[in-house]
Design a protein around this ligand. Structure first.
Ligand SMILES: Nc1ncnc2c1ncn2[C@@H]1O[C@H](COP(=O)(O)OP(=O)(O)OP(=O)(O)O)[C@@H](O)[C@H]1O
Length: 234
């Protein structure tokens, strides 16, 4: 295996009963890349993300993260933000920080507090008393304050107001190490595409495109957002 290959999916397939959610995904992701996982509702983004995290077992095919099948090692190198809140929202933000700090040896408490401070979130608040957008920001900060090899973010900015999105994307970008990669699923393509290196398009249950953003602009002469609207026009 090439050491630059952080994620390798081979023939990755997931059926839920008779429904195929992901069909024969062959995908390699390198290190140091910011990758957008894009596709309409129900195209298999969350399924792919859960397979990478070992939360679902593939029906067939395989996943390797840094050369290992999902398990204890891969959990230690992936920092994952699920699409739904999984934290105890009765906890205060600073208690959540302590919890992450105790649980993850790679968690950087100073970084987390700096990001909270710059977003104006008081760590003495309980999570459930914050607005939806601010709850998302806290969860993203907790996820990005680990020193992981791969950050997997499932719809991280859907509830965040447009003015804060830019700041958050810059924060995400400036706060992970150069050789780590970020895989982010989103419907907000126009907002994120300026920071993406690569994109993956999922259509129904299959990957129909995996390319660099620069190459897409060169080859198609249009933005990723415009290409997405063309490929997925209803
Ligand atoms: N637990 C489940 N049981 C049965 N079908 C499921 C289950 N989870 C997902 N599916 C189906 O698998 C397909 C892919 O779902 P998935 O959640 O991966 O899509 P998605 O691209 O993340 O969608 P969205 O953009 O709406 O979040 C959909 O048709 C969905 O209905």
């Amino acid at each position: 295996m090439d050491n630059n290959e952080l994620v390798i999916c081979q023939g990755l397939t997931k059926n839920y009963g008779k429904k195929t959610a992901l069909n024969n995904l062959n995908l390699t992701l390198g290190r140091g890349q910011f990758i957008g996982l894009l596709g309409p509702n129900g195209s298999g983004k969350t399924t792919t993300i859960k397979l990478l995290n070992g939360l679902l077992q593939p029906t067939s095919g395989s996943v390797l993260i840094d050369g290992q099948a999902p398990g204890t090692y891969t959990h230690s190198v992936i920092s994952y933000l699920p699409d739904k809140n999984y934290l105890n929202d009765a906890m205060k933000v600073n208690d959540l920080i302590s919890f992450f700090s105790d649980f993850y040896t790679d968690f950087d408490r100073v970084k987390a507090n700096d990001m909270l401070d710059s977003l104006g979130i008081d760590p003495l608040n309980r999570l459930k008393t914050l607005s939806k957008g601010n709850q998302e920001k806290v969860q993203l900060i907790l996820t990005m304050s680990r020193k992981a090899q791969l950050y997997v973010l499932d719809e991280p900015i859907a509830g965040v107001d447009p003015a804060a999105r830019d700041y958050i994307l810059s924060t995400i970008l400036s706060n992970y190490s150069e050789d780590a990669s970020v895989l982010l699923s989103t419907h907000l393509i126009a907002d994120v595409e300026r920071v993406l290196d690569e994109v993956i398009f999922l259509k129904e249950d299959a990957m129909v495109l995996h390319d660099t953003v620069d190459h897409i602009r060169e080859e198609h002469g249009k933005s990723v957002d415009a290409l997405f609207r063309e490929v997925f026009a209803c």
